[in-house]
Design a protein around this ligand. Structure first.
Ligand code: G3H
Ligand code: ZN
Length: 286
């Protein structure tokens, strides 16, 4: 059934677990995420980024309606989240398109401007019953920028600043920079677990991990145990899909039926979804 992000993340946080939020670009991504979550028997988030909307010729509704229908028919709770929104126009489409939450991304701006823009977005979102996530610190690798500026001085989220940012903006969750970076194709990120602990102590809202595709399984498990309650995965699904399709087309150079290779790609994504949910979303050992 269609669920609300705030409830899924809230339950996960209370159980010291995490909900995995998968970025979806095509109908095959949507179907794979739902199938993988059903196989794992866990709730899941379907998230659509502003970049994905750009790829869909600037239109949110076709993907949103497909995601809503898939969520309604799913055997596990599925919520819809709008990811990395910079455009106020897109933000304003969220509720009508079936999303229960948004990530408003003004982290590229200096602190005071990030805070002012995020506070305005949070007021707007809360007036419409939307749960809102924002970002403080610099998670690299956005918009084709190099992925590995995660260790640059000043890139990481400062716990004192984060406390003030959440209190002053009123957001429901915070994406943090803890050694993570977007769009990594190798799982080599080393997270700063001491910083995770200090952030979890400083904040009373759930922490969100972006760029999780580059984070090894053991690091993901440790981060969730430390207080990360929403874990965003994008690139890992694209790797699974593209590798499977490439292998299929190489083995079948005569293939023309798109259902054959899209089906192979979808199945590879579903298996990766199930695997990641089992690594990330399993309740922490008592
Ligand atoms: O918001 C989306 C995520 O942060 C995805 O990052 O593609 O590096 O897994 P990733
Ligand atoms: Zn992200």
């Amino acid at each position: 059934p269609l669920a609300a992000t705030g409830e899924l993340v809230g339950s996960a946080a209370a159980a010291r677990s995490a909900v995995v939020a998968f970025n979806v670009i095509t109908l095959e991504h949507i179907e794979a995420v739902v199938a993988g979550a059903e196989a794992a028997g866990a709730p899941v988030l379907l998230q659509v980024s502003e970049n994905a909307v750009r790829f869909r010729h600037g239109r949110l509704l076709p993907l949103a309606r497909a995601a809503t229908a898939a969520a309604e028919q799913a055997a596990v709770p599925v919520a819809l989240h709008l990811d990395h929104v910079q455009s106020d126009d897109l933000l304003r489409q969220a509720a009508d398109a079936g999303f229960s939450s948004v990530m408003y991304d003004a982290a590229r701006l200096p602190y005071a401007e990030n805070l002012a823009a995020t506070r305005a977005a949070a007021e707007w979102a809360h007036a419409r019953g939307l749960w809102i996530e924002a970002e403080l610190g610099q998670v690299g690798g956005k918009d084709g920028k190099p992925p590995l500026d995660a260790h640059a001085p000043g890139a990481r989220t400062d716990p004192g600043e984060a406390h003030a940012f959440v209190a002053d903006s009123g957001v429901d969750a915070l994406a943090v920079a803890i050694g993570n970076s977007h769009a990594m194709t190798e799982r080599t990120a080393a997270l700063d677990h001491d910083l995770v602990e200090r952030l979890a102590d400083a904040l009373d809202v759930p922490l969100v991990l972006h760029g999780s595709s580059g984070v090894p399984d053991a690091e993901l498990t440790a981060a969730v145990a430390g207080g990360l309650a929403k874990v965003n995965v994008g690139t890992a699904l694209n790797i699974a899909m593209t590798d499977a399709i490439r292998a299929h087309l190489t083995a079948h150079p005569e293939a023309v039926d798109s259902r054959k290779y899209l089906g192979v790609g979808r199945e590879a994504m579903a298996q990766e979804v199930e695997r990641l949910i089992r690594v990330i979303g399993a309740p922490a050992a008592a």
